[in-house]
Write a protein that binds this ligand. Structure first.
Ligand code: SAM
Length: 223
């Protein structure tokens, strides 16, 4: 059965604003409500994919706080710090580690219009020394309260929306799919519109069919 036109329009409108050039790398955050809130913020900010360092298994612990955003933000799980950092750097990202020490810089002093990855740390311990030594810059959000830090998902929101603010002021936010390659756009459009069908195609190793302007499937399965 075809997707409803209104649903297809909504999916396209969201996908049109997604960006590959803005992401997060989350290390050892383990509380489901924090992971969920981070994902939900990524979705709201137009982040296409989020990165997690997860040595054991896939990050699966999302709860109702996510409001289903894990379906709309691609999750990249990295087994080690080294693989995460080298993959992101290969893709051209500048890594901004969040650290609350004296050598860190006020986050408002940087420009986040180019490929930007904010690196967030665990609830209790923050970023590991290993990861701190590998980021390009260390940043912090100034605070004046009695408590020493913000909740990690709150810090994520402040940083992502600062990047959005800067990009908006320079007319750099995508609105017509420019934030993704055409191939990635079409692939994601099919996966979001027909998730169950997409997994069948994926398992069978068959290319996704094209969709017409109404979101209807154009071609029969081509083997
Ligand atoms: N004791 C930890 C530390 O020294 O980093 C506190 C960890 S904090 C609860 C969890 C994460 O939230 C941090 O690793 C960082 O990613 C983010 N965070 C919290 N407050 C922040 C701030 N003021 N500036 C930047 N990031 C912050």
């Amino acid at each position: 059965m075809s997707i409803l036109p209104r649903r297809f329009e909504r999916i396209k409108n969201v996908l049109n604003c997604r960006m590959k050039s803005l992401t997060v790398l989350v290390e050892a955050v383990n509380k489901p409500h924090n992971l969920s809130a981070i994902l939900r913020t990524c979705d709201a900010a137009g982040v296409f994919e989020a990165n997690f360092i997860c040595e054991k298994d896939e990050v699966k612990t999302f709860n109702s706080t996510a409001q289903g955003s894990q379906k709309w933000v691609k999750l990249n799980n990295h087994k080690t710090i080294i693989s995460a950092v080298s993959e992101l750097k290969k893709k051209g990202f500048k890594l901004y580690g969040t650290t609350l020490n004296e050598s860190s810089t006020d986050y408002r002093n940087y420009d986040y219009c180019e490929n930007t990855c904010f690196v967030l740390g665990a609830e209790k311990w923050g970023l590991s020394n290993e990861l701190v030594s590998k980021v390009d810059e260390s940043i912090f959000i100034p605070m004046t309260g009695m408590v020493q830090s913000l909740n990690v998902s709150v810090a994520t929101s402040i940083l992502l929306f600062e990047a959005i603010r800067q990009r908006k002021s320079k007319n750099l936010l995508p609105f017509n799919g420019e934030g993704l390659s055409p191939k990635e756009y079409q692939k994601t459009l099919f996966e979001w519109s027909y998730p169950e069908l997409a997994s069948i195609y994926k398992k069978s190793g068959i290319n996704y069919p094209n969709l017409n302007q109404y979101g209807e499937i154009n071609e029969a399965i081509n083997k």
